[in-house]
Design a protein around this ligand. Structure first.
Ligand code: GLC
Ligand code: CA
Length: 553
């Protein structure tokens, strides 16, 4: 079934990210697959989401879990076949759900046909599809480092050259300066558009316009020229949702990425808020507390400065980030309250919310033994830091807090063995708390995190203020409370969140808005304590308490 979509439909949409290898296995090999996902579409429909962002399922040696593609127009046998994919598009359509494919265009796999040709000789027509530099054996062209550790250059003795890889050695960077590369990419994207996708997520798109000579990887000089050409040649054929992953985006750049004239993408996926617990100039592994006031400032900046001239995505989680409830909430006794508070805080804002699988259950981080980690980044980090003399204990603390595998443990469907994810042995261990935290239990309980997410999604469809209201931050300097107003011509929302486990008084500023709202019949729309309804703005906020009031004007 083809869903007809209007221009800007994505402004009211909610996206759900599926990391396919960890979502649902259908054939007992321990790895999630497309048929497994098809079997769970009614779950997603019940939740109310509009689209699935599907992490890569294309053919891949899986060095970086599919972010190393060896054939962009085929499906990895581990996940299924092109026919399964066709079936997924059709079945998802029946559930009113669109599919966003993950486009990995900065690099391919070294097992891609282009690269296999490229290494044959310097004269091979595909040689220039990648980024090469001559070198004296044993000496790198420069000191650039790969994101996953080690040098960004790999020596190919037969050619007497190095190739450039910002990620693993098995992810050689594509040379976007070569117009033939760009043409091949556009043709491939157009082919996917013809298969019936609803749009794309563009992996590390801000790194495509690299210039290793100048040691530039992110935001290269030709970046927006390339993106505009890409958009013109592909997405502008219809009303697609396109989201560019951009770790290096500031607000000004985001305005380009998400310009309302549609010249680049629909929206940007930027990380400023989520990197705040990282010390500038240090690695993410060097743990630091979250500067709460700074979080408010950064969120406010994005909410106000993009208003009317750009579009943001809203997220706490993805497959590269630890679980938010463990990170900035409380995964102990206030797990449910804090998971809901974080959800409400984010889903009240302007932008397109992205929910990462299991977030809607309040799934938590894991603490595995070193040998149980699977992620290439984590495995490399462990080895490198031990070699560099860090203590085992401190390395494991970093991994517990920030490893990408925190997000990659299997989806917790029910309390049966392996959480209902697989009948076989899962490729990565299941979080041992699945008997307590699972979808089956939460779907039948009105007070669950799942039910809370479901209501938030429904509100975004019901009240237009969620999509178009202006944002005003309240209580800017309050050390515990995050509160704001959203308002358009006819509606108003007040959101008050106690971000921590204390019991602060209701801030006067919020109380005033609440009292003034009484005339307009301001009512409680949602809260994470079942008895918040009894009183309008009581004396105190309880641990992680979050409330959302609504009125018409
Ligand atoms: C993006 C992906 C990440 C991957 C990297 C390289 O950041 O989200 O998972 O490792 O790009 O493709
Ligand atoms: Ca499988």
């Amino acid at each position: 079934m083809l869903i007809t979509r209007e221009q800007d439909w994505w402004k009211k949409a909610v996206i759900y990210q599926v990391y396919p290898r960890s979502f649902q296995d259908s054939n007992g090999d321990g790895i999630g697959d497309i048929q497994g996902l098809i079997g769970r579409l009614s779950y997603l429909e019940k939740l109310g989401i509009d689209c699935i962002w599907l992490s890569p399922v294309c053919k891949s040696p899986q060095d970086d879990n599919g972010y190393d593609i060896s054939d962009y127009q085929n499906i990895d046998p581990m996940f299924g076949t092109l026919e399964d994919m066709e079936q997924l598009f059709a079945e998802a359509g029946k559930h009113g759900i669109g599919i966003l494919m993950d486009l990995v265009l900065n690099h391919s796999s070294d097992e891609h046909r282009w690269f296999q040709e490229a290494v044959k000789s310097r004269e091979n027509p595909y040689h220039d599809y990648y980024v090469w530099r001559d070198g004296v054996e044993g000496e790198y062209p420069n000191d650039m480092r790969s994101v996953f550790g080690g040098p960004a250059w790999q020596w190919v003795p037969e050619l007497g050259q190095y190739y450039f890889h910002q990620f693993s050695v098995k992810q050689p960077d594509l040379n976007w300066e070569n117009p033939k590369v760009r043409r091949e990419i556009y043709d491939m994207i157009n082919w996917w558009l013809d298969q019936g996708v609803a749009g794309f997520r563009l992996d590390v798109i801000d790194q495509i316009a690299k210039d290793p000579e100048l040691k530039v990887t992110c935001n290269g000089p030709r970046l927006h020229e390339f993106i505009r050409e890409l958009s013109r040649e592909t997405f502008q054929r219809g009303h697609y949702l396109t989201v560019g992953e951009a770790w290096g985006a500031d607000v000004e750049r985001a305005k380009l990425y998400s310009a309302p004239d549609g010249s680049e993408f629909s929206m940007v996926f930027q990380f400023e808020h989520i990197c705040l617990d990282q010390i500038p100039g240090k690695e993410k592994w060097d743990l630091a507390p979250l500067p709460f006031l700074k979080l408010k400032e950064v969120m406010e900046k994005w909410q106000t400065e993009l208003y009317g001239c750009g579009w943001n995505s809203l997220f706490w989680n993805n497959h590269d980030l630890p679980r938010i409830v463990s990170r900035w909430g409380n995964d102990g006794i206030y797990r449910e309250e804090s998971a809901k508070m974080l959800a409400l805080l984010l889903h009240g804002m302007q932008g397109t919310p992205f929910i990462y699988q299991g977030e809607e259950l309040g799934m938590t981080n894991v603490r595995f033994a070193p040998e149980d980690y699977r992620d290439i980044e984590t495995v490399n980090l462990y080895r490198e830091r031990l070699e560099a003399g860090y203590s085992q204990e401190s390395v494991m603390e970093s991994i517990y807090a920030k490893s990408r595998d925190n997000a990659r443990t299997p989806m917790q469907w029910d309390d049966s063995e392996n959480a209902g994810f697989t009948g076989g042995t899962p490729w990565i261990k299941v979080n041992p708390n699945y008997q307590e935290i699972n979808a089956a239990e939460q779907m039948t309980r009105e007070t669950s995190v799942w039910s809370f997410y479901r209501q938030l999604i429904a509100f975004r469809k019901r009240y237009s203020v969620f999509a178009d209201g202006r944002f005003t931050l309240l209580c800017r300097e309050h050390p515990q409370v995050f509160a704001y107003i959203r308002e358009n011509e006819s509606e108003r929302l007040l959101i008050v969140c106690n971000f921590f486990g204390g019991r602060p008084e209701w801030p006067a500023e919020c109380r005033e808005v609440c009292n003034a709202g009484k005339q307009q019949g301001m009512k409680l729309l949602l809260s994470n304590y079942s008895d918040s309804k009894k009183e309008r703005c009581p004396e105190m906020l309880r641990p992680y308490e979050a409330v959302m009031y609504y009125s018409t004007k």
